[in-house]
Design a protein around this ligand. Structure first.
Ligand code: ADE
Ligand code: ZN
Length: 336
């Protein structure tokens, strides 16, 4: 039964709305890029890198994630990284991807903004031409840095705004509430950018309120802890807010203790527009279909849940309405 549901989920066109491109850096590529660029890493083998991917919370992971980025040096590195993700997710029938990148993770260590974004954008156009996959790019601000640094990044992005759909907010959540970035989100909005933010991953429901009220987000990344507040849930339902939920990430970072306790099914039952995403697939054990497999098994999802999740991914995307309708119609044509 689960095998049939898994085949059905694979066949459905899907959109990925929460994917950090730097989090798709597989140990093999990390190892090869370290060699190619003569970057010292504290690992002697791919196996050692893989063994280091053990985390008990978000900060544990972020420390390794930022260390891993050190091998990304040239435009070609960013191109290879992005192309590898697009090829891999295509195999899971991801037809559209809205990809985060962390420019400050690169500029902070002396790699220019232009190098990172050029490599990424070239891969995105190639995926469109080679296999018809559509994409959007979302530029995230690192919330552990001051708002002034986010303003500098927004300024650097100005020549590239035609290629950037939205800004986002990621990195260490607790102690860095959305309110810290109210002004830069307002400036981004005035430039015509869409707005998303990580909130309620480790942070309290108040952070989700702030993301809604102060940042005026168009989409909520994670949002798990919103379920602690009934009024907040009603508000998210009423606003038709899409939540980009990341099951394997939640398990690996201790946001849930057991996949059987994951709130995804409950979110759907409450009428929340929840979606399935891989967050940082190379660190958390899997891409889109690995995430579907984990929740189908643990939460006993049925055909209707799976179809809803696929539909939500396009409804909650930043695609133009016509393309959304086409993808939704394609989903309706797939039978279980
Ligand atoms: N950066 C990359 N992955 C992240 C996550 N899950 N939460 C916050 N920041 C991140
Ligand atoms: Zn994330």
């Amino acid at each position: 039964m689960t095998t049939d549901l898994l085949a059905f989920a694979r066949q459905l066109p899907k959109a990925e709305l929460h994917l950090h491109i730097e989090g798709s850096l597989e140990p093999e590529m990390l190892f090869n890029l370290a060699k190619r660029n003569n970057v010292d890493i504290p690992f002697k083998s791919v196996e050692e890198i893989r063994n280091a991917y053990q985390f008990s919370n978000l900060q544990d992971f972020l420390d390794i994630y930022y260390q891993g980025m050190s091998v990304l040096q040239t435009e070609e590195d960013f191109f290879d990284l992005t192309m590898a993700y697009l090829n891999r997710s295509r195999a899971d029938n991801v037809r559209h991807a809205e990809i985060f990148f962390d420019p400050q993770g690169h500029t902070e260590r002396g790699v220019p903004f232009n190098i990172a974004i050029s490599g990424i954008i070239t891969a995105l156009s190639m995926a469109k031409v080679q296999f018809g996959m559509t994409t959007k790019l979302i530029m995230c601000f690192l919330r552990h840095l001051p708002e002034g640094a986010a303003f500098e990044t927004l300024k650097e992005a100005e020549p590239w705004l035609d290629h950037i759909e939205a800004v986002g907010l990621d990195s260490s959540e607790v102690g860095h509430p959305p309110s810290k970035f109210e002004n830069v989100f307002k400036a981004a909005r005035e430039q015509g950018l869409k707005l998303v933010a990580h909130a309620g991953e480790e942070g309290p429901p108040d952070y989700v309120y702030e993301a809604l009220e102060l940042l005026k987000i168009d989409r909520l990344d994670h949002g798990n802890r919103a379920l602690e507040d009934e009024k907040l849930v009603q508000r998210l339902v009423g606003a038709n807010m899409t939540l980009t939920v990341c099951p394997l990430s939640n398990l690996k970072l201790g946001v849930v203790k057991d996949m059987r306790q994951h709130p995804l099914k409950k979110m759907l039952d409450l009428g929340l527009c929840a979606t399935v995403n891989s967050d940082d697939p190379s660190y958390f054990g899997g891409y889109m279909m690995d995430n579907f497999e984990a929740v189908i098994d643990a939460l006993d999802l049925d055909e209707s849940h799976i179809r809803t999740l696929a539909k939500n991914s396009f409804t909650g995307s930043f695609l133009p309405e016509g393309q959304k309708r086409a993808q939704l119609a394609a989903i309706d044509m797939v039978s279980a």
